[in-house]
Write a protein that binds this ligand. Sequence first.
Ligand code: AMP
Length: 427
Amino acid sequence: MLTTRPRGTNDILPGEVEKWQYVEQLAREVCREYGYGELRTPIFEHTELFSRGVGETTDIVEKEMYTFTDRGERSITLRPEGTAAAVRAYLDNKLQALPQPVKLYYMGPMFRYDRPQAGRYRQFHQFGVEVFGSHSPSIDAEVIAMAMDIYRRIGLRDLELHINSVGCPKCRPGLRQRLQEHFKPHLAKLCPNCQGRFERNPLRILDCKNESCQELGRHAPTTLDVLCEECETHFNQVKGYLDTVGVPYIVNNRLVRGLDYYTHTAFEIMAQDIGAQSSIGGGGRYNGLMEACGGPATPGIGFALGLERILLTAERQGITFPVSRGPAVFVATVGSELEKQAFALLQSLRQQGIAAEKDYLARSLKAQMKYAGKLGARWVVILGEEELARGVAMVRDMQAGEQQEVGLAELVNYIRNTTNNNQCRGL
Ligand code: AMP
């Protein structure tokens, strides 16, 4: 127990973490270009925020939340997604007072008590954006295009973008009625979950993963059959903007998304290469959410991308990321008397921006050289009594296998001139 991590969680180790940093950095850069500011919310919130904000009838709220009572007898939940907290933060911090729309992004761990498998974890990481305060279909298109831009810059290929309109409170009641008429004769054949959804939210039956429910839903009416004029216009405009910027999409009238507060646009991005858990991101408009959370009616739209699944897709597609190469310089010593000088040189190199390392286990010179090789050091600076007295050190080029004396005063320049900047930083 003590040495095993909880089921559905991962350790991300050096060597692997550089890929995460690369993708995170890339996402931040895209956000800067598109005008999104970073929002950091707490990892836990009041449970009610999610039951209201995500929706009582969703899988997340019904069975996947990590909920506990804290010592003050409050019900607390580890965040299962980012949108509800962004809405809470918008209201809490009175961001309505800012010029609208407000464009935010977040990244970090989310928690769902799901059945773990490849690409599905109990602690996973999302990068997401939210835009509050605009009804414009151009924002829907921007958010979708931005997600696709991120995948493209990472180098992911063969992705499918599915889009749909899930209607609005005006046209949804009509759909609800038609869905109930469709499913009523088959009620007994629906899974127990969907039997519950039949009354509460029949639209979600279309979203069920159970095979017999999917089969029964195959000929059910869809949102696109009942869209009101306003929703239809909005959807056509979103498609028009996507066409303008050359983002290909598939209209998928089965796409409903699991969350109750979605209105108008819904979208999901699938990767072919990662098996059953093929959704690498999704999002949509949620014009009803702000009010459901007790705020003034404010339109919103956003997406969340799963970082584990992006990295899994990249791996399956053979995409390589920049990897850490170890220190530029390893400072070795002949004999233990020079430890202090080695330590001083090490600090001075680091303070001048050069990634440097030394031995901490009192190794022999030979063992130090071997260790430097294992770390992947580009240079080994060997400090010896006699050389130090002359103000020089032996510098070994680990790539060429050659060495030469270099004056200590010139050492930093020597390393800089013969190594590129990234190598100096150990990148
Ligand atoms: P959702 O918040 O359910 O719309 O999910 C958005 C994205 O997060 C999905 O497309 C996945 O890429 C990712 N995701 C959702 N749940 C998990 C999970 N349990 N493990 C890993 N990634 C997930």
